[in-house]
Ligand binder design. Structure first.
Ligand SMILES: Nc1ncnc2c1ncn2[C@@H]1O[C@H](COP(=O)(O)OP(=O)(O)OP(=O)(O)O)[C@@H](O)[C@H]1O
Ligand SMILES: [Mg+2]
Length: 222
């Protein structure tokens, strides 16, 4: 279970985001919806321990992440969290399978990679360089790479952001399917995808701070 308790993030440029308390239960899938700039990516980064909250705590399975050191949080992220970034963060000049096997450098066992690539329909591309793949294929590689370590928590930031609706819908179905039994938190802008998730969280309602002014057009966000 992931608990968000009294979390507030203030960036150096004074942007303030306050999150209402939230709980993400084990084994459920959540879709985060909300206006651009309301703080969705920031929340994923705080859960992953990449960003620290200015105030408040993220508690994962009863452990307060803010009581741990950054190296401890990094270790937990590597072990427990699969993070799918919107821009994939794949290495273009390397093959699909090498992009996954590189995780061995972090001590991750990648023996399940072929099975995952097969489930995602791209096993025959395993020796292709990333730069020769389509957007949907790259997204599937990013999903396989995030899942190969069997994380308990999967965070996905706009996994369909670069895809047309039909391919995006297919990728979401596959993501939800391969994430079954784990906690999945995915940001998407498309409410047509809501039916594939157990819960939809309206992040406009879960955040406040200067973001309200941005949404009301009273403050430039640039
Ligand atoms: N590193 C940073 N430094 C300063 N401000 C930041 C930083 N990262 C995010 N912000 C600000 O925090 C707010 C929330 O950003 P965030 O990226 O979480 O939004 P988002 O909901 O993911 O938006 P989008 O849907 O456009 O991806 C924005 O106003 C953004 O400008
Ligand atoms: Mg974002």
């Amino acid at each position: 279970m992931i608990e968000i308790k009294g979390v507030k993030k203030q960036f150096q440029n004074e942007t303030v985001i306050e999150y209402k308390d939230m709980v993400f239960e084990d084994g459920k899938s959540y879709m985060l919806l909300g206006a651009s700039g309301c703080g969705k990516s920031t929340l994923l980064n705080i859960i992953a321990g990449i960003l620290s909250p200015t105030k408040g705590n993220v508690v994962i399975d009863g452990e307060n992440m803010q009581e741990k050191s950054q190296p401890q949080r990094d270790k937990l992220r590597i072990k427990q969290i699969g993070y799918i970034f919107q821009d994939f963060k794949l290495i273009n000049e390397m093959s699909v399978i090498d992009n996954i096997n590189i995780l061995r450098l972090e001590g991750i066992n990648t023996k399940d990679a072929p099975e995952l690539l097969n489930k995602l329909g791209i096993l025959e591309k395993k020796k292709s360089k990333i730069k020769h793949l389509s957007g949907g294929q790259k997204q599937r590689v990013a999903i396989a790479r995030a899942l190969v370590k069997k994380p308990q928590i999967i965070l996905a930031d706009e996994p369909t952001g670069n895809l047309n609706f039909t391919i995006g819908e297919q990728v979401i179905k596959e993501l939800v399917d391969v994430s079954r039994g784990k906690t999945l938190i995915a940001v998407t802008h498309d409410d047509r995808l809501a039916k594939y998730f157990d819960c939809v969280v309206d992040m406009n309602e879960m955040t406040s701070g200067m973001q309200d002014l941005v949404r009301e057009g009273g403050l430039s966000n640039d």
